[in-house]
Write a protein of this length. Structure first.
Lengths: 342, 302, 361
C-alpha cells in the first residue's frame, strides 16, 4: 500500500510546518500553557518525523541524519518557533494569565523603543572596538609566529590559551586585575598618580575594561586564522620575490596579503557574530554598569526576559537578534565555502 | 594526523629548526617568548595567586616571591564560613563532579548522534543538504539568550529544569551542531576510493562506516570530543538559567562566589579558577593541530 | 660581464651531503645544463647559485664577484621556477612588471618593457589575466617573460619544462633556446630530461649523488662518456653495458671475454695495464648491426621482445648468458621473436670502462 508521504512526500512534509504552527497558535491561545506545550511539542515532533520519513524514503542517509535532526528540532527549532509564536501574544512567564493575541504590537514596540536602540548602539560600539582591536593584535601576533623558530609551538600554546578559557574565568580574572585597591592595574597606575584607580567607574573605563578583556581573550582566534593564511603561502613565491628584488611592502601586498585576505574576512565575520552576542564578560565584569552604559543587547534581553519577565517582548527582541545573526552567518558561510573551493 | 603522530618530540615542541627561507633563529624565539609571556601573564598570575595566602594575595605592591601554600585549594572544597566555626563542605566537589558528568555524558551523546549525522550529510547528500547544514550551524551561532528564553519556558512546563536529564539533553543539542560540522569536515577529507573499493568488494554500508571510515577519523573524533568537552565545561549562560542547586556546574558556582561571601578572598577564587583552567590548558596543548578547525566549527580546515 | 663560477661548492644538511665539491664555470652567452636523476643535488646547486640556499663550503662567483654571503636580491639574477612562482593575485602584466620596480623606471617605461617581452613570448592577449586563468604553457612563457624583462647578471632555470606536455615541451625548448641566444648571458638550466639538456645546452654537467660526473658539450658527453654512469645515463635507448674480462692486448687490439662470446676490439694503449682484469664494455644500441655469420667482433643471441618506436624498432636480444641486449634496427629490418641474430659492433661507438667504472682512453 502506498503511504501518503510516498505519493506527495515533500508537500506533506512542508505543509506540516504551517499546520503545526497553526495548531500550536490555537493551542497556546485556548489552552493553559502546560497543556499547550505538550500539544505543540507533539505536533512539531510529528512534522519532524514527516521530514525524516521523506528523507528516509529517498536515501539511506536520512536515517543517519534523523536522530540529530529530531534532537535539534526538539531542543532548538521547536523552542524557537514557540517563542516566535509567543512574540505575537501578551504573555509574562511569571504570571498565570493565559496569553492574549497581540499581533505585531511587540515588534512595533521593540523597534521604536529608544532603550533598545541605545543598547544596540552600546553593542555596536563594543563590537567595533573589540573586533578591530582583536584584528590588529591577532594580525601582529600572527606575523610574529609566521616564521619557524625554536620553541615556536610551546610559545604558541601560551598565546593560544586565552581563547580556550571560560568567559567566567576571564571575567573573574579581570575583576581581580581591575580591583581598585590591590588590583594590578590600579597599583600600576598608582605608581604614577599616587591615587587608586577605579577603572570600571567611568563609562569609558568600563568600555575599555570590557574591550581589553574580550580582545585579550579572542585575539588568538584571529591570530590562528591569519597564521593559517600566512603559512599557506608557497615558499617559492617569496623566493621568486627576492630574486625579482621586490620591496617588502610590495611583497606583503602582492603575495602575503592575498593569502590572508579571505581568512581575515572570515575572522572578522566570525568575531562580529560572537561579539554581537557579548554577554558573559559584560555580565561578570560590569553587569552593564556604570548605569546602563555597557549594557549590551544580549544583557538587555536577559534582563527583559529574566528580571522583568516581559517574555513576549524579549521574544520579539530575540527574533531581531536572530535575524541579524542569520544574515552574518550566511555571509560567513559564503566566504568560507568560497575559500574552501579554491 | 598520521603525519603529526610520527613527528619526534623535538619537532612537536618546535625545537628542531628547518633551514631555508621563512626561518628565524633564536633571536625570534627570545622576542616571541617575551611577547608570549606578557600575553599569558593574566593566566599565570591567577595560578600564582592560587598558591598565596590571603594576605599575600592582597599585598601592595604585588608579591612575586612568596612561600606557596595549598590552603586555598583545601578551602575550595571545605572551609569555615565564619571565624571559629567548623569547616563545612562548600559543594564544590559536587559542582566539579557535575561539570565533568554533564559535559562527559552530553559530549558522548552528541558524538554518537552527530557522527552518524555527519556521515549522512557527507556521504548521502539529501536535497537541500546545504540548507539543513546552514540551519544546524545557525542554531549554534545564535546568541544563547535567544534560544534560552523558550527553552527555559519549555523546561519549566515539562518539569525538566534543574534535572540532570534536562541539562544533559540541552548540552547534547548544544554540542550537536558543532559535532556535525566538525565530523563532516573530517569525513569530507577522506578519499572516497577506499570506500568505493570496499563497496565493490561487497561490504555493506554499515561495514564501510564502522570498519573503514571511523578508524580513519579517530583523531577527528578525539579532537571533536575534547573540543566539545571544553565548550561544555566553559559554558555559562545555559547553566546559569537551567541548572538547579544539585546540578550546578563550576562556572555558575564560580560566578556566584564572585559576588558572594568570598568576594574578597581572591586567593580562594584563584584556586577555583586554577582547578577549573588546568584541564583546559592541558587539553589545548594536546589539541594544537586541530585548534583552527575546532574554533571555526570545522568551517576552516587549514 | 655575465659569468657564473662555482668552486668546490658543497652543501650539507645535517649529516647528509647534498652537493659535494662542485666545480663549474659558465661563460658569457653560454648555457649549461645540470642534468641528473632526482635527488642528485642539481636543484640544490642551482639554489646555492641563486642564494636561496646557504653555501656550506666553496665559493659562488657571479660576474666575477664572490656572492656567497649576499642574499638573492643583491645578486642581480633572474630565475624561472619549477612551479613558475607567478604571484597568484597579480595579473600577468603585473607579474612581468614586478622585477622592474626596483630599477626606478617610470610607469610608461615599465609598460613598454612589459609590452616588449610580451611580444617576444606571445603573451599580449593574456596580460590582463590572473595566473590561475592561464594554461600551463602560457604560465611557463609568463615565467620566462618575467625573467628576461630586465637585464640580470645571469639566468637560472629550475626544471623549466617539467610541467608541460610533450608537445609544448618541444616547442618551448626551441623558444627558450632562441630567447637565450639573443641575450648572451650565462645561463644554468636544471633538468632531469636528457633531451632537454642535449638540445638546449652548450655544455652539460651530469650529476650524481651531489657530484659532477662529467661536464662537456652534448657531443662530448654522448660520444666520450667519462664513466659508466654517464654512459648509461645519456642516450636513449640506454647503452648496453656488458661485464667482461680483458684477456690479451696485441697490436692495439684486445681480446675480451664476454661470457660465452669473446670479441676483439681495438683499444687505446692504456688498456695494456688492465690485462686480466674485469671491465665493462659499453655498446650503444644503434652500434649493433645484424650480420649473416658470427665474427670476432660479433655477439649472438635470440630475439625476445620487439618494441616498435616508429622510424626504428627496439629489439631486446637475449644472449647465451641471459644478458639483455638492446638493439635498434631500421624499421625495414623485420625480425621475429625467437630468431637468432649475430650482432656486429661498430667499433667507433664502443666504450671500455675499467673495474672502477672509468673510461679507458
Amino acid at each position: 500500500m502506498m503511504k501518503v508521504w510516498e505519493v506527495y512526500p515533500l508537500r506533506v512534509a512542508f505543509l506540516s510546518i504551517p499546520a503545526a504552527l497553526l495548531i500550536s497558535a490555537v493551542a497556546i491561545t485556548l489552552l493553559p500553557p502546560s497543556v499547550s506545550f505538550w500539544v505543540s511539542g507533539a505536533v512539531f515532533v510529528f512534522s519532524a518525523f514527516l521530514f525524516v520519513a521523506y528523507a528516509w524514503g529517498r536515501h539511506a542517509g536520512g536515517l543517519l541524519v534523523a536522530p540529530a535532526i529530531a534532537l535539534l528540532f526538539i531542543m532548538n527549532i521547536f523552542p524557537l518557533l514557540w517563542s516566535f509564536g509567543l512574540s505575537f501574544f501578551h504573555y509574562r512567564a511569571n504570571r498565570l494569565a493565559p496569553p492574549r493575541f497581540a499581533g505585531l504590537h511587540y515588534y512595533e514596540k521593540v523597534l521604536t523603543d529608544p532603550v533598545v536602540w541605545d543598547r544596540l548602539q552600546v553593542t555596536a560600539q563594543l563590537v567595533v572596538l573589540t573586533v578591530s582591536l582583536q584584528m590588529i593584535v591577532g594580525f601582529l601576533l600572527a606575523m610574529l609566529f609566521a616564521k619557524q623558530f625554536p620553541l615556536r609551538r610551546v610559545l604558541l600554546i601560551l598565546v593560544l590559551t586565552p581563547m580556550m578559557l571560560s568567559f567566567v574565568a576571564v571575567g573573574a580574572f579581570f575583576r581581580y586585575y581591575y580591583e581598585p585597591t590591590f588590583g594590578l592595574l590600579s597599583q600600576a597606575v598608582r605608581v604614577f598618580t599616587g591615587e587608586p584607580f577605579v577603572l570600571l567607574q567611568s563609562t569609558a573605563g568600563a568600555i575599555a575594561g570590557i574591550v581589553f578583556a574580550d580582545a585579550w581573550m579572542w585575539s588568538p582566534f584571529v591570530m590562528l586564522l591569519v597564521l593559517a593564511g600566512l603559512v599557506s603561502v608557497p615558499k617559492y613565491l617569496y623566493e621568486a620575490a627576492s630574486i625579482d628584488r621586490i620591496s617588502h611592502w610590495r611583497r606583503f601586498w602582492n603575495i602575503t596579503f592575498p593569502y590572508v585576505r579571505s581568512l581575515l574576512m572570515l575572522a572578522l565575520l566570525f568575531r562580529t557574530i560572537e561579539a554581537f552576542k557579548l554577554f558573559d564578560v559584560v555580565f561578570l565584569l560590569t553587569e552593564g554598569g556604570p548605569g546602563t552604559s555597557t549594557e549590551t543587547i544580549a544583557v538587555y534581553v536577559y534582563r527583559v526576559s529574566f528580571q522583568y519577565f516581559k517574555t513576549s517582548e524579549s521574544a520579539a527582541l530575540a527574533y531581531i537578534l536572530l535575524f541579524t545573526v542569520i544574515v552574518l552567518t550566511n555571509l560567513y558561510l559564503y566566504f568560507a565555502n568560497q575559500r574552501n573551493r579554491t | 594526523m598520521s603525519a603529526t603522530d610520527k613527528k619526534s618530540l623535538a619537532e612537536r615542541l618546535g625545537l628542531k629548526v628547518y633551514s631555508g627561507v621563512g626561518n628565524a633563529g633564536w633571536g625570534r624565539t627570545l622576542f616571541a617568548a617575551v611577547i608570549s609571556f606578557i600575553y599569558f601573564f593574566p593566566v599565570f598570575w591567577i595560578i600564582l595567586t592560587a598558591f598565596k595566602t590571603h594576605n599575600d594575595a592582597l599585598a601592595i605592591p604585588p608579591k612575586f616571591i612568596f612561600s606557596p601554600t595549598f590552603e586555598n585549594f583545601v578551602a575550595v572544597f571545605s572551609r569555615a564560613y565564619s571565624a571559629g566555626a567548623a569547616a563545612q563542605d562548600t559543594g564544590f566537589a559536587l559542582y566539579f563532579f557535575n561539570s565533568v558528568f554533564i559535559a562527559g555524558t552530553s559530549v558522548l551523546l552528541a558524538l554518537a548522534i552527530g557522527t552518524l549525522a555527519a556521515f549522512g550529510f557527507s556521504r548521502y547528500p539529501l536535497r537541500g543538504n546545504d540548507t539543513y547544514l546552514f540551519i544546524i550551524l545557525t542554531t549554534r551561532m545564535l546568541p544563547a539568550i535567544v534560544v534560552i528564553i523558550p527553552i527555559f519556558l519549555m523546561f519549566r512546563v515539562a518539569g525538566l529544569s534543574g534535572t540532570y536529564i534536562g541539562v544533559i539533553l540541552l548540552y547534547t543539542a548544544f554540542n550537536l551542531p558543532f559535532t556535525i560540522w566538525m565530523m563532516k569536515s573530517f569525513f569530507d577529507e577522506l578519499s572516497p576510493d577506499v570506500e568505493d573499493a570496499a563497496r565493490i568488494d561487497g561490504s555493506s554500508d554499515r561495514r564501510v562506516f564502522f570498519k573503514i571510515c571511523l578508524p580513519q577519523v579517530k583523531a577527528g573524533l578525539a579532537a571533536t570530543a575534547v573540543f566539545g568537552l571544553i565548550l561544555t565545561w566553559n559554558e555559562f549562560l545555559f547553566a546559569l538559567l537551567l541548572t538547579g542547586v544539585d546540578t550546578r556546574t563550576v562556572p555558575v558556582a564560580m560566578a556566584q562566589t564572585i559576588g558572594g561571601d568570598i568576594g574578597v578572598r581572591w586567593g580562594l577564587l584563584a584556586a577555583i579558577e586554577t582547578l577549573f583552567l588546568i584541564p583546559v590548558i592541558v587539553v589545548t596543548f594536546m589539541l594544537q593541530n586541530h585548534l583552527l578547525r575546532g574554533v571555526t566549527f570545522g568551517t576552516i580546515k587549514r | 660581464m655575465s659569468t657564473i663560477e662555482a668552486t668546490n661548492l658543497t652543501k650539507t644538511f645535517g649529516s647528509f651531503t647534498a652537493v659535494r665539491d662542485v666545480d663549474m664555470s659558465v661563460g658569457e652567452g653560454e648555457v649549461v645544463c645540470l642534468l641528473g636523476p632526482s635527488g642528485c643535488g642539481k636543484t640544490t646547486t642551482l639554489r646555492m647559485i641563486a642564494g636561496l640556499e646557504s653555501v656550506t663550503e666553496g665559493e659562488v662567483k657571479i660576474g666575477g664577484r664572490v656572492m656567497n654571503k649576499l642574499p638573492p636580491e643583491k645578486r642581480d639574477i633572474a630565475m624561472v621556477f619549477q612551479f613558475y612562482a607567478l604571484y597568484p593575485s597579480v595579473s600577468i602584466g603585473g607579474n612581468i612588471e614586478m622585477p622592474l620596480y626596483h630599477l626606478g623606471l617610470s610607469a610608461e617605461e615599465r609598460r613598454q618593457e612589459v609590452a616588449r617581452v610580451a611580444e617576444i613570448l606571445q603573451l599580449g592577449e593574456v596580460l590582463e589575466r590572473l595566473p590561475g586563468q592561464l594554461s600551463e604553457g602560457e604560465k611557463q612563457r609568463a615565467a620566462v617573460a618575467r625573467a628576461i624583462v630586465r637585464d640580470p647578471n645571469c639566468f637560472l632555470f629550475d626544471e623549466p619544462l617539467s610541467r608541460l606536455d610533450v608537445e609544448q615541451r618541444h616547442s618551448m625548448r626551441g623558444q627558450i633556446k632562441e630567447v637565450l641566444s639573443g641575450l648572451s648571458k650565462a645561463t644554468v638550466i636544471v633538468t632531469h630530461d636528457q633531451m632537454e639538456a642535449l638540445t638546449m645546452a652548450n655544455r652539460i654537467a651530469i650529476m650524481r649523488d651531489g657530484m659532477i660526473e662529467q661536464i662537456g658539450t652534448p657531443h662530448e658527453v654522448f660520444s666520450q662518456p667519462r664513466n659508466v654512469f654517464v654512459a648509461g645515463f645519456i642516450g636513449s635507448p640506454k647503452m648496453n653495458l656488458l661485464d667482461g674480462r680483458l684477456l690479451t692486448v696485441k697490436d692495439g687490439k684486445a681480446t675480451i671475454e664476454l661470457g660465452a662470446d669473446s670479441v676483439v676490439f681495438p683499444v687505446p694503449a692504456a688498456a695494456e695495464a688492465l690485462v686480466e682484469s674485469h671491465l665493462t664494455i659499453g655498446i650503444r644500441p644503434r652500434a649493433l648491426e645484424p650480420v649473416d655469420s658470427p665474427s670476432e667482433r660479433s655477439l649472438t643471441g635470440q630475439v625476445e621482445l620487439i618494441e616498435p618506436m616508429g622510424a626504428e624498432t627496439l629489439v631486446h636480444v637475449r644472449d647465451e648468458d641471459e644478458r639483455d641486449l638492446r638493439v635498434v634496427l631500421p624499421r625495414e629490418r623485420k625480425v621475429k621473436p625467437g630468431e637468432v641474430l649475430h650482432l656486429a659492433c661498430d667499433l667507433t661507438q664502443t666504450h671500455i670502462f675499467d673495474d672502477s667504472g672509468l673510461a679507458v682512453r
